[in-house]
Design a protein around this ligand. Structure first.
Ligand SMILES: *Cc1c(COP(=O)(O)O)cnc(C)c1O
Ligand SMILES: [Zn+2]
Length: 393
């Protein structure tokens, strides 16, 4: 296998340490001479089962990421009158899909001889990066929007030993700043503008086909910085180019109403976004107004003949409760927006009966315990007496 790093806008080739082209375009990894040595046969998998399609040359830094469960959701299927599956990425080592990208990205950092990695984060990127940096023996630096990161995620980044800096600004500003810092300090940038991270995340597509045994009609997922939807579509496209499948699913991006630049662009049929200046939503993982991967994501949506949908905070929390209470799947708010989006598309007739939908739930319930207490209330406190307990049952 050989590969090159190519600008998606002008086609110029770049060295492995580049993140964007001089023309401003995003970069993507393109493969040549791939010899496929895995079978999509449902056998035990994980990110590195697909190593022949992952662009690294050294032994991977791995915490056994990927291989997450794909649940058939009977109760939701009945209610929504289509075949609903949930791929629960909360089951990754750090509790989000970011681990798939970090195993590749941190391996690449070592391969390039870097001593430190850095990211801006709405939370999960920092938790995952801190974990993999710890495993690799690299220093980790994190910029967060102050007061806007779920508690579980900050806890992880701190415990795994990252230096965590909270800025009085939003994620978009943090990303601008960390890109400057990386240039100045020679840190390796591990936001999803890093094309190698997305290579790891594309394995979600491989696993969906591996486990289902066929290509679903739709893949529905939350969109924040828009890396994951781009990565997953790339995964399906590569399987098709290798003749391992003969169609790709329609990609559906779900955004929160207060942070919806991709949704607006799709509704207007545009291929560039207009940034949202003060993004706001309960789903902090997708509280992003200026998604860096917008161009890739819009291509994924248009090329796959998919669409985008927006959901409000109330719909997101309802979907979070439904996943938890009807299917036993505990997710954080951003993840639940996939189901909230699916519900909208069923209601407006976009998705019909007998179609197969895979919703990606991107992060674990325990990431954001504070929101749970807000929407579910506190436990009932009673005196330690048998009668008192019976009274409240
Ligand atoms: C990072 C993240 C997202 C958004 O993914 P993008 O690639 O930035 O679009 C959604 N949900 C969760 C839980 C995340 O951690
Ligand atoms: Zn270019």
């Amino acid at each position: 296998m050989s590969y090159s790093l190519v600008c998606i806008e002008c086609g110029k080739e770049h060295g492995e340490e580049s993140y964007t082209c001089d023309c401003g375009g995003l970069l993507e990894v393109r493969f040549k001479d791939v010899e496929v040595d895995f079978k999509l046969d449902g056998n035990p998998w994980g990110v590195w089962k697909y190593r022949c399609l992952l662009p690294v040359k050294i032994d991977p830094v791995t915490l056994k990421e990927g291989g997450t469960p794909l649940y058939r959701c009977d109760s939701l299927s009945k209610e929504l009158n289509c075949r609903v599956y949930v791929k629960h990425e909360g089951a990754n080592p750090s509790g989000s899909f970011k681990d798939r990208g970090m195993t590749v990205g941190v391996t690449k950092a070592l391969e390039l001889g870097k001593k430190a990695v850095a990211c801006a984060s709405t939370g999960n990127t920092s938790a995952s990066m801190a974990m993999y940096a710890a495993k690799a023996g690299l220093k980790a630096y994190v910029l967060l929007p102050a007061g806007k990161v779920a508690l579980g995620k900050v806890a992880q980044a701190l415990m795994h030993g990252a230096k965590v800096i909270a800025i009085k600004g939003n994620f978009d500003r943090a990303l601008e700043l960390v890109r400057q810092v990386c240039k100045e300090m020679n840190f390796y940038l591990l936001n999803s503008v890093n094309p190698f991270r997305l290579e790891g995340q594309k394995t979600i597509a491989f696993e969906i086909v591996d486990e289902l045994g066929f290509v679903p009609d739709y893949v529905v997922l939350p969109v924040g910085n828009a890396g994951n939807i781009s990565a997953i579509y790339k995964g399906f496209k590569e399987l098709k180019q290798l003749s391992l499948i003969d169609s790709t699913p329609k990609m559906i991006g779900v955004q929160a109403k207060g942070a919806n630049p991709i949704y607006k662009a799709v509704m207007e049929g545009k291929d560039v976004i207009e940034p949202v200046t003060n993004p706001e939503t309960v789903a902090t993982a997708i509280r992003i107004g200026n998604p860096v991967n917008a161009r890739k994501a819009l291509r994924a949506i248009y090329e796959s003949k998919g669409t985008a949908v927006e959901v409000n905070d109330e719909e997101i929390i309802q979907a979070q409760k439904d996943l938890a209470r009807k299917e036993g799947i505990g997710v954080e708010p951003a993840s639940a927006s996939s189901l909230a989006g699916l519900r909208k598309l069923v209601e407006n007739g976009y998705i019909g009966s007998d179609e197969t939908v895979v919703c990606i739930t991107t992060g674990h319930l325990l990431k954001d315990p504070e929101i749970v207490l807000k929407v579910c209330g506190q436990p009932i406190e009673v005196p330690a007496e048998f009668e008192e307990i019976i009274k409240v049952l």
